[in-house]
Design a protein around this ligand. Structure first.
Ligand SMILES: NC(=O)c1ccc[n+]([C@@H]2O[C@H](COP(=O)([O-])OP(=O)(O)OC[C@H]3O[C@@H](n4cnc5c(N)ncnc54)[C@H](OP(=O)(O)O)[C@@H]3O)[C@@H](O)[C@H]2O)c1
Length: 327
């Protein structure tokens, strides 16, 4: 039985980053199938801002925050079979509460962390890396030589997507808000970049001999939906996978027909990795990519107590790559 106090970030009501508070309290008891992890690094993801703001409702308030981290196992429920005290582990899509010194995670959301992968790389890259692998292999299957458009290409998911696409011979056109971000995306492997303030569809068509991109990956949502529709090639596939600028609403099917018989997906990573065996195999692919040179570019490393600042930076578009909190 773990008797340490845990320090955690919580919120009691929805709102701006200032609703985040720190709380020191006795550790939660372990539930069946759960493993207690002492976090060494915690991943910050845009989805955390959706729970905080109320765009995605948490199960209850007050609520913990965060679903990704890496650390060491310090306690296991009696029925846990695959993990032991002392194991190095990483997790994604746990119950809310990863922004804490320790977190109880269902064993089905955990993977063993190989010794050659750092806690920071795992916490900064696992969720974003699995998203990238899933987008390019399960949700859609762009091939060597295909041209794709990818929004927020210098962000956490974005810089991994630039590298992954380059490895597969996919020509990724990255949309970014500044010249510095454009340079970063290109150095990570983007074939070309477009500045978000430009006419994205017009630029995409110029880069694709008028055809448009066969696949468009849009995590920005509301503000880029129309540009994404206009950038997708006839019979192409538009993948809307985030809401950084707000959710896309009121889409009429006729819009997809008019834009050139488009296919649209709205994937959520969890649905693709809900089976622990699938999570395991994607994580192994991600770790192998890291060994072969893929880099988790951590743009900001902040103390856990600065979670509020991490959210401010993320939402003001002032970050590149991943943000990691250190307890
Ligand atoms: N569906 C899924 O399962 C899944 C899984 C993982 C992530 N996601 C989504 O993927 C996206 C990227 O996640 P991330 O954690 O790696 O974040 P991120 O890309 O590091 O940060 C978001 C980036 O979006 C861009 N952006 C454009 N308009 C924005 C606005 N109005 N407000 C804030 N940012 C804006 C900014 O890049 P510029 O400055 O270059 O415009 C910003 O840096 C998020 O939308 C997230 O929800 C979805």
């Amino acid at each position: 039985m773990n008797t340490d106090n845990a320090l955690r970030v919580i919120f009691r009501s929805h709102g701006s980053p200032s609703v985040l508070e720190h709380l020191s309290s006795p550790a939660n008891p372990l539930g069946p199938g759960e493993v207690r992890i002492r976090n060494h690094a915690i991943g910050v993801n845009f989805i955390d801002t959706y729970f905080r703001s109320g765009l995605y409702p948490p199960p209850a308030l007050p609520s913990g925050l965060g679903t990704e981290g890496a650390g060491t196992v310090i306690e296991c429920a009696e029925d846990v079979t695959h993990f032991r005290i002392g194991d190095r582990v990483a997790y994604v899509q746990s119950s809310l509460g990863a922004y804490a010194t320790q977190h109880c995670v269902d064993q089905g959301r955990l993977v063993h962390l190989p010794d050659d992968i750092s806690f920071t790389a795992a916490a900064g890259g696992l969720l974003k890396g699995l998203t990238t692998i899933c987008l390019f292999n399960r949700v859609s299957q762009p091939k060597n030589g295909d041209t794709v458009l990818f929004h927020a290409a210098a962000g956490g998911v974005g810089l991994l997507a630039c590298q992954y696409a380059k490895r597969k011979g996919i020509r990724l056109i990255g949309v970014v808000s500044t010249k510095a971000k454009a340079e970063l995306a290109r150095s990570a492997g983007a074939w070309a970049t477009i500045l978000a303030g430009e006419d994205i569809a017009d630029q995409t068509r110029q880069l694709t001999a008028g055809k448009g991109a066969k696949f468009v990956y849009d995590s920005v949502g509301r503000s880029t939906w129309q540009a994404s529709l206009n950038s997708t090639a006839s019979c192409g596939h538009l993948i809307s996978f985030g809401n950084s600028s707000g959710p896309v609403e009121n889409v009429a099917l006729a819009q997809l027909a008019r834009a050139g018989s488009l296919t649209v997906s709205r994937p959520i990573l969890f649905d693709y990795i809900s089976e622990p065996a699938v999570l395991q195999s994607y994580a192994e692919e991600f770790f192998q990519c890291l060994r072969e040179g893929l880099k988790v570019q951590v743009g900001e490393t902040l103390p856990l107590l600065e979670a509020e600042r991490a959210h401010e930076l993320l939402e003001s578009r002032n970050t590149t790559g991943s943000i990691v909190l250190i307890p």
